[in-house]
Write a protein that binds this ligand. Sequence first.
Ligand code: ZN
Length: 509
Amino acid sequence: MQTSTATTASIMAFQSLVNEIHDLNATQALLGWDLETYMPEKGSPMRAKQMATLAKLAHNMMTSPEMEEHLRHLRQSGIPEKLDTMSQALVREVGRVYDKSRKTPLELLQEMVETTAEAHKIWVEARANKQFKQFEPVLRKIISLNQRFAEAQGYEDSPYDALLDEYEPGLTVKQLDPLFVKLKSEIVPLLKAIQNSDHTPDTSFLFDGFFPAEKQLQFSRQVLTDMGFDFEAGRLDLSAHPFSSGSSSLDVRLTTRIDEHDVFSALSSSMHEGGHGMYEQGVNPALNRTPLAEGTSLGIHESQSRMWENQVGRSRAFWLHYFSSLQETFPELKRVTLDQFYHAINRVRPSYIRVEADEVTYNLHILMRYEIEKALIEGDMRVDEVPDAWATKAQEYLGITPTNDAEGCLQDIHWSHGSFGYFPTYTLGNLYSAQFFNTAKKQIDGLESKIAQGNLQSLKSWLNREIHWVGKMETAGTIVQRVTGEPLNAQYFVDYLWTKYGEIFKISR
Ligand code: ZN
């Protein structure tokens, strides 16, 4: 069937409106990147205004009568089927975001912006003073705003579902609970077995020496190039906290952070951000200037960064190839064997701080936060109960008790931003990465020996083809089913941990 002239005109006008909104958002992202990297200190107040202006313009265009009219026309029954697949996906995705923003009362949004701006300052102070009590009143307010938001959006089973949906569309408590139960029942015993083994890798040489920033940066750039990150469509710079950003698949900005007394962390965070950046670079360029030109969800995005950081960057195969060049770059490491190095970068030790956690304990940190967040949002936990709940769970899962609130419930920035429902996407990333890598090993002939020869491109091309190219045209659930032949399954991650750490610590299930 032919599309009518009215529909053709509407889809063209709709697309150009979407393109312009995307241009504003992309420009805002670049201003944000500049703010974190090169902007002189004094530029900060004006930059905040510039970014707020762009955000307001984009919001106005997104909720304009023009947008309403296009979506009303393009979502009429019988119309979407006549559009090409890209236009269909675009109407679906923009419509989804439009519906969500329409459901959120403007005063609630404004209250959230004002509260979190204030909350951030309070959190910084409370953390410095190690006093949760100082943060408690504003956190109570943030939770009640999130509950109001969930009510406005609507949900089936739990108000927490409405918050999860912001970061991982469609994800629910019903799906997450069994995943976390499985992880808890498998990882807590694994951690105990590791702690009971008599092997404690020496890590002192990772920090014992002076590893010049310039050399670290050069090494990271080389590895990123070998991975297939396109430096003609991207950059690597320095910032206080590593991140990945950019304005299109042809302009991706990565940052890393360098400690000249730590030989591994900058490389590791570069590979992590490189995984995010290569996802963005790998999207079909025809989707640029639309929201489809992005990773499909935070969980799938994190699977790409975790794969390069851990499945590749902490693997024996990778270091079989790269260790000698690392030793050439940093001669201090010449006294260290490949095995000693491989064990050191895979040391397992429960820590108070999530961002310092190893692969084994990391998801236990997320589990704690998930259980606490869910209880707070569902009204099963009072805000003043958080520090005690934190201490109990840290003891139960990690076997350690924080000595103060800064080491405990005040360590993460997310709640001060107003973000509830974000943490689980980190765990999803780990689970997806293991499941994808398992399929990659089956489909790429001799993948591990290729990696051991420094050939990282075959994995990159596979990821480009199987996961990156579709951008947001497919949902996370569709991608994992198509690529691996089944829905998300935590068993792959559990097996990966037991195989790898069983070998290092000489333990078995
Ligand atoms: Zn990440």
